[in-house]
Design a protein around this ligand. Structure first.
Ligand SMILES: *Cc1c(COP(=O)(O)O)cnc(C)c1O
Length: 502
């Protein structure tokens, strides 16, 4: 049979060739690779199924587990079963991030389909840092970016790339804004963000070389949203003092309480003052797929750059964030450096060298892990799932609000809200009330049907830092039955939280 040179799966030696006689130890026979994959699936698929109904695992015996896993690298081959056992020991001592009851921090769930995309990507190991070596795979990533830009309402000239997460997306945005507005003179460049902004923003601003003294903390209003009047005043004051305001970071869903800043009004100010607007939408951005989310995020399409986190809002396993910049050229100008040993750029506006848009050259084939689930299920499936999260958060918030003594510290603008038990009313001493709330959190989590986390936030209504419980519904696996358990467990543990107070 003739070999088709365009078919990458054709065997160049022909279908009847003998298999190679010797096998290199690092090149296991196909049957062995298949057996390893099968072993993993045989163990993990039933485990995943139990995740939907079983009690949630907790992190216990951390030190004991860690001690058991330490040791020098082996010189000789290890036993495969033993290796799987080691992985299971590590798995046994971990937070149950794939459980439908995981409502802590910002969940995502981790679609198992994406593990299949990763398997494919890693088996073929194509190079996606540049366009030339794998134009097909790079196109899939570029298409994903263009889809997202369209969803947010950004123009055709937008560009970007998939990153390891929201933190690195924020870094890319800060670097692009800095390069665009400050060039190489950073000393007087000033950044503005609300007190509620994710800590990764301050981290990336520091990494980008902006002096700490040039980061302005803008107060929030009663709904924990950046105060536009205060922002405006701060920018004016810095300009008057001869400094160079260059970047405003707005939140599309703060991590602690879920607040969405008034993006449209902030965009007006940024346009007026000619300052870069970055929207950190790592938690909330994909709600733009829903009608309610679009209304809440109004103005996001006016941003100069946006951070999204597919490993949150698209339910991917950890490892994929996304940066989108309104003017692709601004992002490229901030990152591109020439190297004579690399292929020249292709003459096509849609052939992006991704290495020119971010800090990495070699990188995982991230496009596949976003593109595959969308290709498989269609955006509609994600849209409906995100809509379900908005509904669930509303139901949960109303039921929790109805528990006597509870005050909602923030409303479920999207799918995240915060609350607090205040037996003496909001005016009570926050210290002892914090203790009651910490106890309430532990008592609820101890039932192992849901897992919540808390946060200390300065409540503008009270003007003091308070400990709040929070619910973030974002796992694709969380449905109404689990929210019913959440409500039941919170109700039934109130007495425990209060009773031990003495
Ligand atoms: C999660 C999050 C980040 C950080 O993203 P990583 O993917 O964890 O790096 C930044 N900002 C917000 C608002 C987030 O929710």
């Amino acid at each position: 049979m003739p070999i088709d040179p365009s078919d990458p799966f054709a065997d160049p030696a022909g279908p009847d060739a003998d298999p190679p006689a010797t096998v290199h130890p690092l090149e296991p026979p196909a049957a062995q690779v298949r057996a390893m994959v099968t072993d993993v699936l045989d163990r993990l698929l039933p485990w995943l199924e139990r995740q939907a109904t079983g009690p949630m695992s907790t992190v216990s015996g951390s030190q004991r587990v860690a001690r058991a896993l330490r040791g020098p690298p082996p010189e000789e081959p290890g036993d495969w079963r033993g290796i799987l056992g080691t992985l299971e020991r590590a798995l046994g001592a971990s937070l149950d991030t794939t459980s439908p009851g995981y409502l802590a921090y910002v969940p995502g769930g981790g679609l198992p389909q994406v593990a299949v995309a990763d398997l494919y990507a890693d088996l073929v190991n194509r190079f996606t840092g540049l366009w030339m070596p794998a134009p097909g795979f790079v196109t899939l990533e570029i298409e994903v970016i263009r889809w997202f830009a369209g969803i947010l309402g950004l123009p055709d000239a937008a560009g970007g790339l998939l990153t390891s997460g929201g933190s690195l997306a924020n870094l890319g945005a800060v670097v692009a804004a800095r390069h665009h507005h400050l060039g190489e003179d950073l000393a007087d460049g000033v950044v503005y963000r609300s007190d509620a902004t994710h800590h990764s923003v301050d981290k990336t601003v520091a990494l980008a070389g902006i002096p700490r003294r040039n980061v302005r903390s803008i107060p929030v209003d009663a709904a924990h949203r950046l105060r536009v009047d205060a922002l405006d005043a701060a920018i004016r004051a810095d300009r008057a003092a001869g400094r160079r305001p260059f970047l405003v970071v707005a939140n599309a869903g703060t991590t602690a309480v879920g607040a969405v800043d008034p993006i449209d009004a902030i965009a007006d100010r940024c346009a007026e003052h000619r300052v870069w607007l970055h929207v950190d939408a790592a938690y909330g951005g994909f709600f733009a797929l829903t009608a309610r989310g679009t209304a809440v995020l109004r103005g996001i399409g006016r941003a100069d750059s946006v951070t999204l986190d597919p490993h949150k809002g698209l339910f991917l396993p950890y490892g994929t964030g996304c940066l989108i910049v309104r003017d692709r050229e601004a992002l490229r100008a901030a990152h591109a450096v020439e190297a004579t040993y690399l292929p020249p750029p292709a003459d096509d506006p849609l052939a992006w060298d991704l290495a020119d848009l971010g800090p990495e050259l070699s990188r995982p084939n991230r496009g596949l892990r976003v593109w595959l689930p969308v290709a498989l299920h269609g955006l509609g499936a994600f849209r409906r799932t995100l809509d379900e999260k908005l509904d669930l958060a509303q139901v949960a918030a109303e039921a929790i609000r109805a528990i006597p003594g509870v005050r909602l510290v923030s409303e479920p603008t999207l799918s995240l809200f915060s609350f607090r038990l205040e037996p003496d009313g909001p005016g009570g001493d926050p210290g002892p009330t914090d203790v009651v709330n910490r106890r309430w959190l532990s008592a609820t989590n101890r039932r192992r049907r849901v897992f919540l986390s808390g946060a200390v936030v300065v409540d503008p209504a009270v003007g003091r830092p308070l400990f709040v419980l929070r619910v973030c519904v974002l796992s694709y696996r969380t449905h109404a039955d689990r929210i019913a358990m959440l409500i039941e467990d919170l109700r039934e543990t109130v007495a425990e939280a209060l009773g031990d107070a003495g």
